[in-house]
Design a protein around this ligand. Structure first.
Ligand SMILES: [Zn+2]
Length: 433
């Protein structure tokens, strides 16, 4: 297939690459055979040999890499925007009861609708937490496979304060057995589009034994690990009470063996310098979830400090703490987070729209160790793409907006982008929307 559109991506942090009149050629395996200026690539013969993607009439078609959401919670989506002042009461009152209900075959329609809405928002790769239930987690993988989504999914593990099995020892044994079965069946499934993430919720609801054994399962299957770290003051205090012998929150995960290059830590806001050094040394990665952090008054993630230490960072919508799946809004919030930090301390650099787009595309791919496969519009990468109509995000349908340079386009996307502009998304060349 040939897609003729304006092309925009970020081959490195903060740098935009743009072809006003561009072309992407996708081969029969869903791989980008060529991408660049139409004047260099397009010929009559080529057009005769390929299907050409039909753009809507009068559209201003733009192609960017499919967006990568590296932290969100599938079962929580129906209860977005339920207000509490802080993380722990919000979990107790709204989230645990919702996750408790997320079991049985009846969840299929919710899961299908969730993946459809993700694609409508331009997200082609997602890292998901399910609930503690094995059956609905397996169902999430089945639906993801049917739809051709690129996804990393994990069943939440808890053995203390869980809404599942109340007896800690039984809860731990059950959680480990189920996690092992799911990892065995789904890690690397659907020709590598699906992966498993061993998912202890956080140190507030997991014993050290559960976390240690979870780390062993992840090692055995070489799968991802995801958990939450240092999101909120009361949470950090709870971890301090539960693990008084550890130097800090991050050190609990170190002791458990949970930190490594396939570990994605959600939030990582209130970290001391030794904790940042420990994360960098371990190779762990961070999912920055700014809309969620504003929603629950959690704090301002020190993105610059993390990246300066060499920690790969990507973005997460983190529903239902984040109020929406729209990653453009998450990018805007990421810029505003660093903007506020800069207002308080002008030695901290801000985040540009180009850099925010990097975090939600190639940066997210790097967090997953998939930056050679997805995240930019390079020849040889798999065709995970988002096609959008700029007219639907420009004011007054773009009628009075004139020419836009690459910076204008990036800023417009980040400050006004959303599902209303999505024309199509592709994962490995397969059209999802
Ligand atoms: Zn989360």
């Amino acid at each position: 297939m040939i897609i003729r559109a304006s092309l925009l991506d970020t081959p490195s942090p903060g740098n935009l690459r743009h072809y006003e009149d561009g072309v992407i050629i996708i081969d029969e395996h869903g791989v980008i055979a060529a991408a660049g200026a139409s004047s260099d690539l397009l010929s009559e013969t080529l057009l005769e040999q390929h299907d050409v993607f039909e753009a809507p009439a009068d559209s201003r078609l733009l192609c960017v890499p499919g967006l990568i959401d590296i932290h969100t919670h599938l079962p929580q989506y129906p209860v977005v925007a339920r207000r509490e002042d802080a993380l722990l009461p919000w979990l107790e009152r709204h989230i645990f009861p919702t996750e408790l209900d997320f079991q049985g075959p009846g969840q299929r329609s919710l899961i299908e609708a969730f993946f459809e809405e993700l694609a409508a928002n331009g997200t082609t790769t997602v890292v998901l937490y399910s609930a503690v239930w094995e059956d609905s987690t397996a169902l999430a993988f089945e639906v993801a496979a049917e739809k051709g989504v690129r996804a990393v999914i994990g069943k939440i593990m808890m053995d203390e304060g869980s809404y599942g099995e109340p007896h800690p020892l039984k809860a731990r044994r059950k959680s480990l057995e189920e996690t092992t079965r799911l990892a065995k069946e789904w890690h690397g499934a659907n020709k590598g589009l699906l992966d498993y993430a061993v998912s202890p919720r956080f140190a507030v609801t997991c014993s050290i034994d559960l976390m240690k054994e979870a780390a062993t399962v992840a090692k055995d299957f070489d799968c991802y690990i995801q958990t939450h770290l240092s999101e909120n003051d009361a949470e950090i205090e709870k971890v301090r009470e539960r693990f008084p012998d550890n130097a800090n929150y991050t050190d609990v995960y170190r002791e458990a063996g949970l930190l490594g290059e396939k570990t994605i830590l959600g939030h990582a806001i209130h970290l001391s310098d030794p904790e940042i050094d420990l994360l960098a040394f371990s190779g762990a990665r961070v999912a920055h979830c700014p809309t969620a952090n504003f929603f629950l008054n959690s704090g301002l993630c020190p993105v610059h400090s993390l990246r300066s230490a060499g920690i790969p960072v990507g973005l997460g919508s983190d529903v239902a703490a984040g109020p929406e799946l729209n990653l453009w809004q998450v990018m805007r919030s990421a810029i505003e987070t660093q903007g506020v930090r800069r207002m308080l301390d002008d030695s901290i650099p801000g985040l540009t729209p180009a850099d925010a787009i990097y975090l939600a595309t190639l940066g997210g791919a790097s967090v997953l160790g998939k930056d050679k496969i997805i995240g930019s519009l390079d020849q040889g990468k798999e065709a995970d793409l988002l096609l959008l109509d700029l007219n639907h995000i420009l004011p007054l349908d773009g009628r009075f907006s004139g020419d836009l340079d690459p910076q204008d386009i990036a800023t417009t996307l980040v400050y006004r982008g959303g599902p209303q502009a999505t024309v199509a998304t592709f994962t490995r060349g397969r059209q999802m929307v």
